[in-house]
Write a protein that binds this ligand. Structure first.
Ligand code: TZP
Length: 213
């Protein structure tokens, strides 16, 4: 099951990636993507092992960014592949059929390509500008999501699509009707004064709206 709320780790001057993961899991995150950039392999691996044991303790899904070989080595539940990383079909050969593979998309064509390559979910973004990621792809905004999700629906594509990029709890009621499966956030949880309250507000907003007859 692909969670509707993906927490993306972020290192700050107060906490390591693993500490951020621990705080988020304690506050109720059931899906963690360890997103380490520009660190030596051994540091990355140590953070991956720490985060895996934290996720196991809390029963959260543990996804590693970018590196399928390291995901296999540390026994992660899956890998999230950026646009410049290994092709999902290659990662699948390495990880086997049961591990989760996600991929990053910015356009409908990206979504289609990822689907053909056998990913389990798509991270579509960015929704708006964010300083969390360098080299951002073009901002999609609500219009972008509406258009891409309409194209998916017309093409019969039902893969879970998770919106990402500068998203806060207040954005969720606007984004959900586009047909997204869920959201991925880093700052809205990492930098929240009260992470449990932030997660619970996001989760509440992720509940489907009641159907009216
Ligand atoms: N990919 C697109 S935007 C982004 C990633 C990893 C960063 C998401 O973090 P935040 O802090 O929720 O904008």
């Amino acid at each position: 099951m692909i969670s509707t709320l993906h927490y993306i780790t972020q290192e700050t001057d107060k906490q390591t990636h693993a500490q951020a993961a621990e705080a988020a899991c304690r506050a109720g995150a059931d899906w963690v993507q360890l997103r380490v950039k520009n660190k030596p392999y051994e540091v990355w691996k140590a953070l991956a092992l720490q985060t895996k044991s934290i996720c196991r303790h809390y029963g959260s899904t543990f996804i590693l960014n970018d590196n399928p070989a390291l995901a296999a080595e540390v026994g992660a539940d899956g890998v999230h592949l950026g646009k410049l990383e290994m092709a999902p079909a290659e990662a699948r050969k390495l990880l086997g059929p049961t591990k989760i593979i996600g991929g990053t998309a910015n356009t409908f064509e990206d979504v289609k390509r990822l689907l053909e390559q056998g990913v389990d979910y798509v991270g579509l973004g960015p929704y708006r500008f964010t300083t969390t990621k360098d080299n951002l792809s073009p901002i999609l905004g609500l219009q972008g999501y509406t258009a891409i999700l309409e194209q998916c629906s017309a093409a019969g594509i039902t893969i879970p699509i998770v919106a990402i990029g500068g998203i806060t709890a207040a954005d969720v009621p606007l984004l959900l009707p586009t047909g997204i499966h869920g959201i991925a956030v880093s700052s809205a949880i990492t930098l929240a004064a009260n992470r449990a309250a932030a997660i619970s507000e996001i989760k509440q907003n992720l509940q489907p709206l009641p159907q009216h007859n």
